[in-house]
Ligand binder design. Structure first.
Ligand code: NAD
Ligand code: GLY
Length: 358
């Protein structure tokens, strides 16, 4: 088992990574003593595949857990569903000595984390991420929240889990399209932070796509280590944490323009390729390096071109309404080398239009 620490003072926590660890999580929780009872929250898909195993693990450790489920999908990440879950917890008698356990992808983690931040003004929660995206990104760092009709993740809180348990064997049941969503974020880490990790992704691409054990373990561990380092340096996204938005600025615009029909990972992939092209046009990034990044994204089976149907004026509008845009200034995370980025709002609109057409 690998153990990483997210060093956040009195909110520090461990990320434990091991194969087939679901059965042992109850025991770890017993030893840690975070709570008297656990309420497991899972979406309908994950509850069906792993709900009973999770409950069995908790029961074997002497707990009497409850499972709360909700319909799978981003549509469930809303205030109404959160209210329903809170009512169910209150009726089940959950109190401040109890904790929530988020078993699932990023939707479950974000929703359960925000419920934990709000229920009785804050109860403990732990993350058991089951999608690749959740294992390498959303379960670590304490961003929790829900969507409202006016925008995704517009209501939420920074609220750290007490622990994160990552069992990468559960990825074998993850649909291929969901694996790709996570891989876009994985490539992001290599480009923004770690050239060696980027090289590893290029070398072990086929093993990664096959979910070969050692490749996936290294991948998950490296991503969590990078995310932990970034969050430790800047928990509330005042500065460094903004680099995690690489690919997400233009990505969100193309995703919104597609009326969210384009998968998030595809949108981020297009956004990363566009940011690379923009960085080259500005003169701060070698064309050969940009080509390597774009080739890797494409080799993993992700798109690298803005959809032909997208209109520039609409994309510009989405860029200006993005929640990362401040006072009309759109911030871009741009590579300067593979493994290094800078943040700039000083972009020539003509160059931006050029990359939005490519
Ligand atoms: P998701 O939670 O909807 O999971 C994707 C699908 O995979 C769902 O249908 C789910 O039921 C299924 N699934 C998950 N694990 C499975 C498994 N092991 N086997 C079979 N099916 C499985 O979506 P996601 O891509 O995991 O997360 C996306 C969400 O994460 C978005 O809401 C996004 O805003 C959020 N997010 C949050 C952060 C953060 O820092 N908090 C970062 C990135 C994304
Ligand atoms: N996924 C972006 C962040 O956690 O900051």
């Amino acid at each position: 088992m690998k153990s990483l620490r997210v060093g956040l003072g009195d909110r520090a926590y461990d990320i434990l990574i091991a194969q087939n660890m679901l059965a042992d999580i109850g025991r770890y929780l017993k030893e840690a003593g975070f709570a008297k009872r656990y309420f497991v929250v899972a979406d309908s898909n994950v509850a069906e595949i792993y709900g009973e195993d999770m409950l069995a693990s908790l029961r074997a450790a002497g707990y009497s857990p409850q499972l709360l489920t909700f319909p799978a999908g981003e549509e469930s990440k809303n205030l109404a569903l959160m209210g329903q879950l809170a009512s169910r917890l209150a009726r089940l008698g959950m109190d401040r000595n109890d904790a929530l356990l988020a078993l699932g992808g990023g939707v479950t983690g974000d929703l359960t984390g925000f419920l934990a931040a709000s229920y009785m003004r804050g109860v403990s929660f732990v993350q058991v991420p089951t999608s690749l995206l959740a294992q390498v990104d959303s379960s670590v760092g304490g961003k929790t929240g829900v969507d409202i009709p006016e925008g995704k993740n517009l209501i939420g809180a920074f609220y750290q889990p007490r622990a994160v348990f990552i069992d990468s064997t559960v990825l074998k049941t993850l649909p291929a399209a969901e694996l790709l969503n996570g891989l876009a974020e994985v490539i992001k880490y290599g480009v923004i932070y770690d050239r060696d990790f980027f090289d590893f992704l290029a070398e072990r691409r086929l093993d990664i796509l096959d979910l070969e054990r050692s490749a996936i373990e290294k991948l998950v561990e490296s991503c969590c280590a990078i995310k932990a380092a970034v969050v430790e340096a800047d928990e509330r996204e005042a500065d460094l944490r903004r680099i995690l938005n690489f690919g997400h600025t233009i990505g969100h615009a193309v995703e919104a323009d597609s009326d969210f029909k384009l998968a998030h990972g595809s949108a981020v992939a297009i956004g990363m390729a566009a940011a690379c092209r923009l960085a080259v046009l500005r003169g701060g990034f070698a064309a050969s390096e940009a080509q390597r990044v774009i080739r890797l994204i494409s080799d993993f089976g992700l798109p690298v071109s803005v959809p032909a149907a997208a209109e520039i004026k609409h994309l510009r509008g989405y860029l200006l309404s993005d929640k990362k845009t401040v006072g009309g200034r759109v911030f871009f995370v741009l590579p300067t080398a593979i493994g290094k980025v800078e943040i700039s709002a000083d972009i020539d609109p003509a160059l931006l239009d050029q990359v939005l057409c490519s």
